[in-house]
Design a protein around this ligand. Sequence first.
Ligand SMILES: Cc1ncc(COP(=O)(O)O)c(C=O)c1O
Length: 376
Amino acid sequence: MHIPSWPQAGEREAELLQLVLESPQWGGFHDFVGEFEQSFAAYQHSAFGISAFNGTVTLEAALHVLGVGQGDEVIVPAISFISTASAVSRVGATPVFVDIDESSFNIDPEAVKRAISPVTKAIIAVHFGGAMCDMGALGYICRERDLVLLEDAAHAHGSEWNGKRAGSFGIAGSFSFQNGKVLSAGEGGILVTSDEEFAGRVRSLANCGRVPGRSFYEHKNLGTNLRMTAFQAAVLMAQFERLPQQIAIRTANAQALKEALRDIDDIQWQREPAEATQNSFYLLIGRTNSAPVRDALCQGLIEAGVPCTPFYPHTLYQNELYRRGGCRVMPCPVAEECIQNAFWLPHNVLLAESEVIEQVANVIRARAASQAVNAL
Ligand SMILES: Cc1ncc(COP(=O)(O)O)c(C=O)c1O
């Protein structure tokens, strides 16, 4: 079964990389970096983009500039990559883990409400797998309770909620361009925002405390160097040209796969609410009725040459780091169930030819059926 490999590169990457190689500027001051920042921020419906060498430091930078620190709590979903929570800890604040919603797999707004305390400062919304969180509900909670909304949009390049793109809802959105992401430079990240003052402060932090209009060796603020290289920007510019078409292919294939498996009751796919006007499908996430069904399904797919991951092996708070403390944990029964019975297919599966998508559906169908017989 031919599943396209990822990441992918073509002549365009080579052409733009060659331009960088031939230029006297290989670092973050090459025009490509600024050009990519502007076009990506605009694509995500934001006014400013500040790139960085990965999507973990962008989260840390955002929290730092927001003044989140010692004594503050930040509400995060129990299911995400570690950076969502570690960024909170690294600025000295306390992550508060809340449950995910059973159909969207995203942070549950009702669970968020129950977790708010007098020291809650912010909520980090992670658009898991590319599917947007309920931005209506989260936006409302933040306005009512005077909390900052930060989007960890590491999975959500191009995703939309009611026509508005990820990263443009809260103060800022953080994206990752790590190896497996739908827009990849091996490593890389960007913060997008429409708040000019915030953008200026993040830019200064990321650029050794410099401010516009001053000389290279003048450092007004305490900063650091988070700059992305021109090589990263060159690769990203090339990848970005293909992104809209790839999103369309993934979306069509996700629909085709789900349609082919419509009668399989054992699998509940991540819900796509009507408000999610575009999903970039970083992951195609599903849940089965039990751990044995999930394991058999993943095993069948892997044997057939289709990459499949049996979800995260644990919730974030079950990591050794957080078992030692330094966090607050709300009840998370859905998250704990998902680690037993959920799975995902990576986005490159959804770039396969339509006959391959049919074969993938057949493998899933056969495995689900054999497990149903075993259960009799
Ligand atoms: C949800 C989420 N947030 C943050 C990150 C961190 O991004 P990076 O690997 O670019 O540091 C990732 C990375 O995979 C992620 O999945």
